[in-house]
Ligand binder design. Structure first.
Ligand SMILES: Cc1cc2nc3c(=O)[nH]c(=O)nc-3n(C[C@H](O)[C@H](O)[C@H](O)COP(=O)(O)O)c2cc1C
Length: 411
């Protein structure tokens, strides 16, 4: 990418594709910018929406972002990934969730909820029970637990819970839903040959591993109104110690999703327990990140993070190669690319070259919720987020999401 152009490109260039509208399914989106799901650690311990959460989305909605996806929401209690995660697991959550939706709609924004089940990527402390997963044959490095291997009945139970969560999202008034099939959570676990070691109808082949996502999609379609936008966030690489999803396998899954008629695909990578720095490449604030881990693990996390810095070094648009590979196999399905997008010129170039249809960002909006508006007004053409990852370390430490770059997190 031609970094020099970022000096020249400002949104005074009114013809930029970045500011042109796009339709995804029935949904009209005003520009090509998406707020990628970002866990806020701001709900109550029961998962209820707080005043702080509503305020966050009121501010973001002022920023003229085309589509806003709030942080992942747990669809049932066993699927809760973090203590202050927002819940969509019971009907009592609907009025609070509606406040977030209304905050965005009042400013003419569009909003999609990300539905998630943690699977093995959680702790007893968070859910009050042993984590569940497609396979229970090995222990995870962060919670040191062997999860309970889901039986047929439990698998169908979770599929139904996804459908029910989609119904609640629709009752709260959202414009669509996104299934979190990335970052090592339950759907990703079923898709990945690393996590899914089953040899029944839910594992063993790519087709069988895909079945869980396929049935979740069907359950969601049954409860959502006809034509409601259903997006999927997919890993293009798991970066697990043994082969998980790689770009080739991701392309196969993407093709299947396109055939099933998903509304849009967001491309990402990494897993929370095995390669969390690949999810959001950049700085590794080792002390702060280690603090969010169990005490005995902290020295190891520091050593590993220091030794592996090169593996997750920040690169602008770090999923571009994966997008180039996947975009051609999904036909007309819009592709949303996330990961290290920091300058308007690069965003514009990716759109012009057709490698993606929308571009999503997470950390830059934590730093500056109004960045799209500022870019459009020509006030800035490069975001000021340095990808220091202190916001990421904060939520791992159960601290509320905000930019901690200028003042420390551990004080
Ligand atoms: C604090 C924080 C929380 C995140 N929470 C989520 C989440 O809830 N769901 C999700 O799919 N991705 C989550 N991510 C990943 C981001 O959506 C995004 O994929 C990643 O940060 C790369 O984009 P960026 O370079 O624009 O930050 C989170 C990232 C950060 C930094």
């Amino acid at each position: 990418m031609d970094k020099a152009r970022s000096v020249m490109l400002t949104a005074a260039d009114h013809n930029l594709k970045a500011f042109s509208p796009i339709r995804i399914g029935f949904l009209e989106i005003g520009n090509r910018f998406v707020h990628s799901a970002t866990h806020e650690a701001m709900a109550t311990v029961y998962g209820e929406v707080t005043e702080g959460l509503v305020k966050r989305y009121q501010v973001l909605a002022k920023g003229e972002i085309g589509l806003i996806i709030p942080g992942f929401m747990f669809i049932d209690r066993a699927g809760k990934a973090a203590p202050y995660q927002t819940g969509i697991h019971c009907d009592e959550m609907i009025p609070g969730l509606k406040r977030i939706v209304d905050a965005v709609h009042e400013r003419e924004g569009k909003i999609v909820f990300q539905l998630s089940h943690a699977g093995r990527q959680t702790t007893r402390r968070t859910t009050g029970q042993r984590p569940i997963a497609p396979s229970g044959s090995f222990r995870d490095p962060i919670n040191i637990l062997k999860p309970h291997e889901m039986n047929e009945e439990e698998i169908h139970g979770v599929i139904t819970s996804f459908g029910e969560a989609a119904r609640r999202a629709m009752e709260a008034g959202v414009d669509g839903i996104q299934l979190h099939a990335a970052h090592g959570y339950l759907i990703n676990q079923f898709l990945s040959p690393f996590f899914n070691r089953r040899d029944d109808a839910w594992g063993g082949t790519a087709g069988n591993r895909f079945r869980f996502l396929k049935e979740v999609l069907a359950a969601v379609k049954r409860t959502a109104p006809e034509g409601a936008p259903i997006l999927v966030k997919l890993n293009t690489n798991d970066y697990t110690p043994r082969e998980g999803i790689n770009t080739k396998l991701a392309a196969q899954y993407a093709e299947k999703l396109a055939r099933l008629g998903v509304t849009a695909l967001e491309l990402s990578s990494g897993t929370l327990f095995y390669s969390f720095m690949n999810v959001c490449r950049g700085g590794a604030p080792t002390r702060e990140l280690a603090k969010g881990m169990p005490i005995w693990l902290r020295p190891w996390v520091r050593i590993i993070l220091n030794r592996w810095r090169e593996r997750f070094k920040f690169e602008e648009a770090y999923h571009l190669d994966a997008a180039k590979r996947i975009k051609p196999v999904v036909g007309n399905i819009p592709v949303i690319m996330v990961g290290g997008l920091r300058s308007l010129s690069i965003i514009e170039e990716i759109l012009q070259q057709g490698h993606a249809d929308l571009l999503s960002m997470s950390r830059p909006f934590v730093r500056d919720p109004l960045l799209v508006k500022r870019m459009k007004e020509g006030v800035m053409n490069r975001v000021s987020c340095t990808s220091c990852n202190k916001c990421f370390a904060a939520v791992l430490n159960d601290k509320p999401l905000r930019c901690y770059a200028d003042n420390g997190l551990l004080r």
